[in-house]
Design a protein around this ligand. Structure first.
Ligand code: ZN
Length: 69
């Protein structure tokens, strides 16, 4: 599975939780720069949202990703 697919599947499984790129990287066992790129690509899909919010995992206010439906 490529990183983008891992991120997409993870966000659907964790819906409606939001995750920052760092926590996505840690949860998926991929490096942070890969997670960032994957999250940006995933966020371009209309079924995913990328916005500023609070990460469910680390409680930091930063750019997060989540599945919208
Ligand atoms: Zn986080």
């Amino acid at each position: 599975m490529i990183a983008k697919e891992k991120v997409a599947a993870f966000l659907v499984a964790q819906k409606p939780r939001s995750f920052c790129d760092e926590c996505l990287a840690r949860a998926l066992g991929i490096d942070p720069s890969t997670a960032y790129r994957a999250a940006v690509k995933t966020g371009r899909s209309e079924t995913y949202i990328r916005e500023y919010g609070v990460c469910w995992n680390c409680d930091e206010s930063r750019l997060i990703s989540r599945a919208s439906r």
